[in-house]
Design a protein around this ligand. Structure first.
Ligand code: BG6
Length: 479
């Protein structure tokens, strides 16, 4: 790797301490980023030594395997510059940049546009000869279609789309990446990956966590913006997209956008049939008593923000017409359980009486463990010709396998310039477009309440086709 510089704007903040620095430290420890210089930038007028102290403390708390000797090597890569997000102040970074430089906006979202513009005005968006400049930014990309478009314009004032790497950390998860590999690297999958063979798809991201200390952010966001618009939409488009003719980041993203464009638009008149929102009330998880969302510190007592959202998508194309895609995510549910579950249609024809036709599911599990499960029916050993359900399980983690966090994966990709696992603006735009009628409808009225620690609001059932049931959350995850 040639010398590269990563400038982190917002280097004194939470994202830098909790996620970025631990990821960079680990990559360094593994010898993958020995030539990377890391320059922190924030408004605190700190010296380099003071910044080092700050990072040292953060790594002691958050790094996976903190070792003083390793830290002594890593700290030499770190530098710090203090200043505001103005072109004048940012120019102080000039001598710290390499021909190959990335800027990471680890900033509060309202500052993304300002920072991108100021970096551009400082002349940093223009790549020198034999070099490149990239800008990394992480969701949320706006809070609705109009604000996403305004953000795009601000970013594009100086930066080209190819230079912008939009992070959705779910694209760095093993299961997400495996979706592509498993679907496209196995001959037997593609012929059955369509409406003729698939009955329904359920994508669930259930969390036991509540709003924690994020009241100010979460109460303006809600589950639809926080989880569905981005993370679950990505899992959905990767599940539904067509195989690629060429393995290329642009082709991949074209295919994902094609899926979003094929979703039957939800309208004001159909919102109720396609979307359910919930909010947790007091309840309990095991023996632990949990307070309701409206009693959480910092949450207005009459807040109608949804802590649970479920959607039903219909995709109107040759591959998927007639297959409902159900997506849902919520806080304070019965367990930490996340998966993409694909159910196959029933088999036709006769079977001996003692055999119940297979309830075939292929499940890509994200939590509690990353693994694939294929649910099949096989013969029950014995004299009789009878069947039994079997689960064929393939875990990802094996003793010789090194797991990387989503940030480690994505930072390496960003340094290497591989855009496969980053979002293009039109993906963001189409996701907002699809959800606009739902966001509008949810501006009034109240969410359906559910007890903290439960399966979510009972009204989520109304999204399902006859014969379909939501997969249970309590039985699948860990609490
Ligand atoms: C974040 C959301 O993007 O994703 C959080 O803001 C959520 O509310 C989190 O808890 C879930 O991701 P992970 O990878 O931490 O399970």
């Amino acid at each position: 790797m040639t010398a590269t510089t990563l400038v982190i704007l917002g280097a004194s903040g939470d994202l830098t301490q909790r996620l970025l620095m631990p990821a960079l430290y680990r990559l360094h420890a593994l010898g993958l980023t020995r030539d990377l210089r890391i320059v922190g930038y924030a408004k605190e007028p700190w010296s380099r030594a003071r910044f080092e102290q700050h990072i040292h403390k953060a790594l002691q708390s958050f790094a996976q395997d903190f070792k003083p000797a390793q830290w002594n090597r890593f700290r030499r890569q770190i530098d710090y510059v203090g200043g505001e997000l103005t072109a004048d102040d940012l120019r102080a970074l000039k001598d710290s940049l390499s021909p190959a430089t990335l800027f990471y906006l680890a900033l509060p979202p309202p500052l993304f546009g300002t920072a991108a513009e100021a970096l551009g005005e400082a002349g940093f968006a223009k790549a020198p000869r034999n070099g490149w400049r990239r800008l990394i930014v992480e969701k949320p990309f706006g809070t609705d279609l109009a604000s996403a478009e305004a953000l795009r314009q601000a970013m594009h004032a100086h930066w080209e789309e190819e230079q912008i790497l939009r992070i959705d950390h779910f694209l760095g998860k093993e299961t997400t990446q495996n979706l592509m590999v498993f679907r496209f690297a196995n001959r037997f999958i593609e012929p059955i990956w369509n409406a003729q063979h698939i009955e329904q798809v359920q994508i669930t991201y259930a969390e036991t966590l509540g709003v924690e200390k994020r009241a100010a952010y979460y109460d303006h966001s809600g589950a639809l913006r926080d989880m569905l618009q981005n993370h679950l939409m990505q899992l959905f488009s990767l599940t539904a997209m067509a195989p690629l003719g060429e393995w290329d980041a642009e082709v991949l993203r074209n295919h994902k956008v094609e899926v979003l464009r094929s979703v039957v638009p939800i309208t004001a008149a159909t919102v109720n049939a396609h979307a359910v929102r919930g909010q947790y009330r007091a309840g309990h998880l095991g023996r632990k008593k949990l307070i309701g969302y409206r009693s959480e510190p910092g949450i207005p007592r009459r807040s109608n923000t949804e802590t649970f959202a479920a959607l039903r998508f219909e995709v109107d194309n040759w591959r998927w017409r007639g297959v409902p895609f159900y997506l849902r995510s919520g806080k304070r549910l019965a367990s930490n359980y996340s998966e993409i579950a694909v159910q196959f249609r029933e088999v036709p024809g006769a079977l001996p009486k003692a055999i119940k036709a297979g309830n075939n599911w292929m499940i890509f599990r994200i939590r509690p463990t990353e693994q694939m499960d294929l649910m099949v029916t096989a013969k029950q050993p014995g004299l009789e010709l009878s069947g039994r359900p079997l689960v064929l399980t393939a875990p990802y983690a094996t003793p010789d396998h090194r797991e990387f966090s989503a940030y480690e994966q994505l930072l390496m990709d960003a340094i290497e310039g591989d855009r496969t696992h980053f979002l293009r603006f039109d993906e963001v735009e189409w996701a907002w477009r699809l959800l606009t009628p739902v966001l509008e409808a949810w501006q009034s009225g109240t969410p359906d309440f559910y007890a903290a620690g439960s399966e979510g609001p009972s009204t989520q059932k109304r999204l399902l086709d006859p014969g379909h049931v939501w997969r249970p959350i309590a039985d699948n995850g860990d609490a």
